[in-house]
Design a protein around this ligand. Structure first.
Ligand code: MN
Length: 287
């Protein structure tokens, strides 16, 4: 068994296991909604996690034609496939295997996210990260990070890609002081154990997308999200891959503890701000 550096002596336990719900969004794209609206308070500052993965073109080919967002950030991580992004701020990019697109909607964008492939596998995640009230109307921002530029660390049996935050001396490319997001993609060989320090007040979860792993006494099977307990005095999480190895994402962040008002693609603090977002969208003020 391999032990990578980083020492966690009081690891968190699993508070709850959640199975995602099959749904569809955009123009009929099939996906699994893992972090649903009822978990937004518990997993503050994260608002949503969708997992998509299919070999069948019919499940994804419709893509996500023009739609608006306001008040938060979307982080799309493509494991396999190609997706073209265009937005009303004039940004355009091709998100391809292993790459990340980080988009800050801020005061508003209208964008499309369309598959740029006719067949083959499309697999990945979209995570929604909230903005603090003071930043919800900030100018939109956008960055494409090709797969080859995502920092990672390796030890015997583990490859850990650091999409955001800090892990084992490696820094992710995007920093957010208000929410301090950590986003790791863990590729673990059979029996490999990794540790990740986490402040006890930060909300955190692990989503397994291949194989199986163990956190404390809890076995976490594929397509399950393990919500980690915020045990006071805990200093991180220890994860051990099962006999077939595992692939999983570990996501954590500092909660904002502000009111959350969501209406579809708009996430603000109050209903009045939601009405304003809808009105601005209808009046063409988000473009
Ligand atoms: Mn979108």
């Amino acid at each position: 068994m391999e032990q990578a550096t980083a020492t966690v002596t009081r690891p968190r336990t699993v508070e709850r296991l959640v199975q995602g719900r099959a749904t569809s969004d955009g123009a009929g794209v099939k996906l699994t909604r893992v972090l649903t609206q009822d978990l937004q308070r518990r997993l503050d500052p994260f608002l949503m996690l969708d997992a998509f993965g299919s070999d069948s073109r019919d499940d994804y080919i419709g893509g996500f034609p023009d739609h608006p967002h306001r008040g938060f950030e979307t982080i799309t991580y493509m494991l396999e496939g190609r997706m073209r992004h265009r937005d009303s701020a004039g940004n355009e990019g091709l998100l391809s295997s292993g790459g990340v697109q980080w988009m800050t909607a801020g005061r508003g964008v209208i964008h499309s996210e369309m598959p740029e492939q006719e067949d083959g596998r499309m697999e990945g995640f979209q995570l929604w990260l909230n903005l603090p009230a003071s930043d919800k109307l900030c100018p939109p921002w956008y960055r494409d990070i090709p797969g080859t530029e995502i920092p990672e660390w390796r030890s015997d049996g583990a490859t850990v890609r650091v999409i955001a935050g800090h892990s084992h001396g490696v820094d992710g490319l995007v920093e957010r002081p208000a929410t301090q997001p950590l986003y790791l993609d863990l590729h673990l060989a059979a029996g490999t154990r990794v540790e990740q320090p986490l402040p006890d007040a930060h909300n955190a979860f692990v989503y397994v997308y291949r194989g199986q792993l163990r956190i404390g006494d809890e076995e976490v099977r594929p397509q399950r999200m393990a919500i980690l307990a915020n045990t006071p005095g805990s200093d991180g999480v220890a994860i051990e891959a099962g006999p077939e190895g595992a692939r999983a994402i570990l996501v954590a962040g500092r909660p904002l503890r502000e009111p959350i008002a969501q209406y579809g693609p708009f996430v603000m603090n109050t209903n009045a701000e939601i009405f304003q977002a809808v009105e601005d969208f209808r009046a063409g003020r988000l473009a």
